[in-house]
Design a binder for this molecule. Structure first.
Ligand SMILES: O=C(O)C1=C[C@@H](OP(=O)(O)O)[C@@H](O)[C@H](O)C1
Ligand SMILES: C=C(OP(=O)(O)O)C(=O)O
Length: 427
């Protein structure tokens, strides 16, 4: 795809699509709860539709009614074998959370996915779940998908100290814990997104969070709910960065999810002297309007407990740093190596192709500021977030063309990304 370059400015309003993490979970919790769950602003992207189709294959009635997705939950016990392997596509969230969710069933499920999923580590969920009594194996004795989950109805609760900061691992254990007998306690390495904990409470379950320790008693029964999915801050991030680095820009982003566990990018933009305002905050729905304007940015350091609060935004934050005054150092982000692609190497290589000085390190990136980006051929490596970051980078290229291969990957989390971007462009 030939990307739009050399624009005069970006102005206007965007309503970004629904949050990916919350959309996945609303289907999963709707499926294991009793009664109807109605989901507003569900993200109809490839990853989340994959989760929806998966639960239909497990015998759950799910349909679209006007603007809502309706899940007719009949409780965990009503889930049925899909008989055939289920293809979850590109979604790490689906495969990891559902491995925990299905560990306590009385049937066997095989979960497969695309080429990228087949390279993503699964021991991080398989090992703790086995301690709870689960029977899960990877492909030919490895830790990689396809995963075979031989359901074990007698799971036991346990205390698990997490070796990685991962909301997917935490959520897989909590979902298994909801079916297990006794207490399940997870101690996090760093705090990660807490949508699973929020949803357990919203669906009438009991869960206690004290600092980095999360505890629940199993088994628990949940009740269907109305879920209002806020816009995805990880999708909004591309327009936040675009508005800050493209001259003559002002972008208003409506209904953006603002859970404290996800707002690291806003903290970083402020640290970098970016002009960003939050208005219309809704503390119940944890959402609000975010307004950004072209800014004089300065470099910064990003690491430690900030990393899980902006993990998926790091490629586009690296782009932001190429336009700041001074150096930016990103550290403690080795988790980026095991995403859809190795995002440390991919970010460095593609931004280097566009003339930026970006160095890949063991656990992050070092980015020189005030770089002029130039025409090039770049690839998303089939990774949605890489594709969107490169489309934003192209906007500030002044001469020549930027061609992006595997641009279609954006449909994983933001099917209308290019349409929404074009609405803002002042040529
Ligand atoms: O729980 C979730 O919904 C997610 C957790 C994060 O992954 P990790 O748990 O692997 O950090 C994030 O990168 C992913 O996009 C969504
Ligand atoms: C890492 C991501 O998702 P997942 O792990 O669900 O594939 C992402 O959306 O950036």
């Amino acid at each position: 795809m030939r990307l739009t370059t050399n624009i005069k400015g970006l102005t206007g309003e965007v309503m970004v699509p629904g949050d990916k993490s919350i959309s996945h979970r609303s289907i999963m919790f709707g499926a294991i709860a009793q009664g109807e769950t109605r989901i507003k602003h569900f993200l109809k992207s490839e990853d989340c539709l994959g989760t929806l189709k998966m639960f239909q294959k497990l015998g759950v009635a799910i349909e679209e009614e006007g603007e809502e997705i309706v899940v007719h939950g009949r409780g965990f016990e009503a889930l049925q074998s899909a008989e055939e392997p289920i293809d979850i596509g590109n979604s790490g969230t689906t495969i990891r959370l559902c491995t925990g969710l299905l560990a306590g069933t009385d049937f066997t499920t095989v979960l497969t996915g695309d080429e990228s999923i087949s390279r993503r580590p699964m021991n991080r969920v398989m090992l703790p779940l086995r301690e709870m009594g689960a029977k899960i194996t990877g492909h030919e004795g490895s830790e990689f998908p396809p995963l075979t989950i031989v359901g074990q109805p007698n799971l036991r609760g346990m205390t698990y100290k997490m070796p990685v900061a991962s909301a997917q691992v935490k959520s897989a254990i909590l979902l298994a814990g909801l079916q297990a007998k006794g207490t399940t306690t997870v101690i996090e390495k760093e705090k990660t997104r807490d949508h699973t904990e929020d949803m357990i409470e919203a669906f009438g379950g009991k869960i206690l969070t004290e600092g980095k320790t999360i505890t629940l008693e199993g088994p628990q029964k949940l009740k269907g709910q109305q879920v209002n999915v806020p816009g995805d801050i990880s999708s909004a991030a591309f327009f936040m960065v675009a508005g800050l680095i493209v001259p003559n820009s002002r972008i208003v982003l409506k209904n953006v999810g603002l859970s404290e566990s996800r707002t690291g990018i806003i903290d970083v933009i402020r640290q970098m002297n970016g002009k960003i305002i939050i208005t219309d905050e809704d503390t119940v729905n944890k959402s609000g309007t975010v307004i950004v304007e072209t800014s004089e940015l300065r470099g910064t350091e990003i690491g430690g407990d900030l990393i899980p609060r902006l993990i998926d935004e790091l490629p586009v934050i690296a782009l932001l740093a190429t336009q700041a005054k001074g150096k930016t150092i990103i550290k403690d982000a080795e988790e980026l190596k095991v995403k859809e692609t190795n995002r440390i190497d991919a970010t460095a290589s593609e931004l280097q192709k566009m003339g930026a000085k970006v160095l890949a390190t063991e656990d992050g990136l070092i980015i020189e500021g005030e770089q002029t980006l130039t025409a090039s051929e770049v690839t998303s490596y089939g990774d949605h977030r890489m594709g969107m970051m490169l489309a934003i980078a192209a906007l500030i290229v002044r001469e020549g063309n930027v061609d992006l291969t595997e641009a279609e990957a954006v449909a994983v989390s933001y099917p209308n990304f290019f349409e929404d971007l074009h609405e803002l462009i002042q040529k």
